[in-house]
Design a protein around this ligand. Structure first.
Ligand SMILES: [Zn+2]
Ligand SMILES: [Zn+2]
Length: 195
């Protein structure tokens, strides 16, 4: 999957003015970039979902160290590369620690799809997400959604094409994984929620 010099996708105009219907939402308005990964053969230097990651040969590959029921053996498991995104391809991507401009996302397959089933699935409504390091409010950094659009609101289908689940990635019970970052210090630990 690939995201750089490909044709962009257009989200149709919103069918309703949500902020006039629910004025309380206006304070939560934020710019966001919708990513539309499509099957392709990305290179290691491209932004993409899945595919080869740019990773230093001398650095150990990230591992998951929590115990896994039903894992193929004891000991840590290598994490799966979920995505890498260059700031040049995602205009709103905040800078990382030391001004880093490449976001790489790994996850543990046993937490998402493992033999433990969907025990991790929780529904979360609006609520505070505060930084463990400085206790300030965190910002949503990235949402990994199972589907690009849902059948209740087809207005989110891009004008150019409309695959619903082009990546084949399924989060929890066909939901979404939200990754939060601290806007005051990007080195503070990320937090997560699954909806
Ligand atoms: Zn794990
Ligand atoms: Zn913080």
């Amino acid at each position: 999957m690939h995201a750089g010099d490909r044709p962009s996708r257009t989200t149709p105009p919103r069918p309703l003015d949500v902020e006039s219907l629910f004025p309380g939402l206006a304070a939560h308005r934020r710019a966001a970039t919708r990513l539309h990964p499509r099957p392709a053969a990305p290179g290691v230097h491209d932004s993409h979902v899945g595919g080869p990651l740019l990773w230093p040969a001398d650095d150990p590959w990230p591992i998951c160290t929590v115990p896994h029921r039903g894992a193929p053996g004891p000991g840590p498991l290598p994490l799966l590369a979920l995505a890498q995104l260059h700031a040049r391809d995602v205009p709103d991507l905040p800078a990382g620690p030391d001004g880093c401009d490449l976001l790489q996302v790994f996850w543990c397959p046993f937490d998402a799809h493992g033999p433990t089933g969907h025990g991790m699935y929780v529904l979360t409504g609006p609520g505070p997400m505060d930084c463990d390091a400085c206790t300030g409010a965190m910002d949503l950094l990235l949402t990994v959604a199972t589907d690009e659009w849902d059948t209740d609101s087809r207005s989110w289908i891009p004008q150019e094409d409309g695959p619903r689940n082009p990546t084949g990635v399924v989060v929890g019970n066909h939901g979404r994984l939200n990754i939060f970052a601290c806007p005051r210090n990007p080195a503070h630990p990320h937090r997560f929620s699954i909806q």
